[in-house]
Design a protein around this ligand. Structure first.
Ligand code: AMP
Length: 284
């Protein structure tokens, strides 16, 4: 695996590889890699000839400075995992390489209502930061295919919108969420859970499963939401949201006992255990 710290050298190398006829796949990450990230690398290796991963903890997408400061860093282990997975290229830029003119007064993107609901509502500015870093990374790497996780459902929609705004020909491939044996979605932030909270954290998956089952039994959403909320608060979670949304648009959806809705739906949860914020979702 070749490691690049500078965008110029990275872009030159990728350009050569593309000229030699290689299809390129890109997996952007913030490090503290787990099997969910590696599944994206595996998928890229399967679908393309050259897999590029980036590790960059992007300051502009953290609305909470403490979350940024405490974001896990396991770079040596990450490099070993990427080597073992057969990743071809790692891009490891410093903040100054990504934001040579600093991080204030950066460009803003028209993300429409995506920015005002769910994660957009609870993490103001977060998706602007995601677009700021993704625009830079995609311009530097210029992959054919971009691999991202369904775990960050709304982020995939935002990046898809960004690709439209950039008039980009890059294809976004959304990959399934990898879970721990007890159902907890793999996440770098899981490293910050105390052993006791790690045990409680499975309540998110249990709530999503409960929602899916109850939804398919045509139970009214208000009743389902109440049960899921109690399950989470009973386990010690502080909830940001428990929502049912249209799987294509993320606009709020309501299910009731009388009419089975045929539209695809996704249930989404964001909640805190101590100061660790976890998100997860499930198509129902
Ligand atoms: P992050 O390092 O958290 O920014 O995530 C980098 C990429 O990995 C994003 O596209 C995430 O959606 C994806 N990802 C994170 N967790 C998982 C998971 N459990 N399963 C699959 N993909 C994931």
């Amino acid at each position: 695996m070749i490691i690049f710290k500078y965008a110029g050298a990275l872009a030159r190398y990728i350009h050569q590889q593309k000229n030699a006829g290689k299809q390129t796949g890109f997996v952007p990450t913030m490090g503290a890699l787990h099997d969910g990230h590696i599944a994206l690398i595996d998928r890229s290796k399967k679908d393309t000839d050259l897999t590029v991963c980036s590790i960059f903890v992007n300051p502009t997408q953290f609305n909470n400075p403490v979350d940024y400061q405490k974001y896990p860093n396991t770079i040596e282990k990450d490099i070993m995992k990427l080597e073992a997975a057969g990743c071809d290229v790692l891009f490891l830029p410093a903040i100054a390489e990504m934001y040579p003119n600093g991080t204030s007064g950066l460009e803003q993107y028209d993300l429409g209502y995506l920015e005002t609901l769910l994660e957009g509502k609870y993490r103001p500015g977060h998706f602007q930061g995601v677009c700021q870093v993704m625009n830079r990374l995609l311009t530097m790497v210029q992959p054919h295919l971009l691999f991202m996780g369904q775990k960050d459902y709304q982020q995939c929609m935002v990046v898809s919108r960004l690709l439209q705004l950039m008039q980009s020909s890059i294809t976004l491939i959304t990959c399934p969420t990898l879970r721990e044996p007890d159902g907890l979605a793999m996440s770098s932030r899981n490293l910050r859970l105390s052993p006791e909270d790690r045990h409680k954290a499975t309540a998110i998956y249990k709530s999503l499963t409960l929602i899916k089952e109850a939804y398919n039994q045509h139970i009214a959403w208000a009743v389902i939401k109440d049960k899921a909320t109690k399950l989470l608060t009973g386990a010690g979670f502080r909830i940001d949201y428990v929502e049912l949304a249209d799987a294509n648009t993320l606009e709020p959806a309501v299910a009731n006992a009388d009419s089975k809705d045929e539209q695809p739906r996704v249930a989404l949860i964001a909640a805190f255990l101590s100061d660790v914020r976890l998100i997860d979702n499930m198509l129902v």
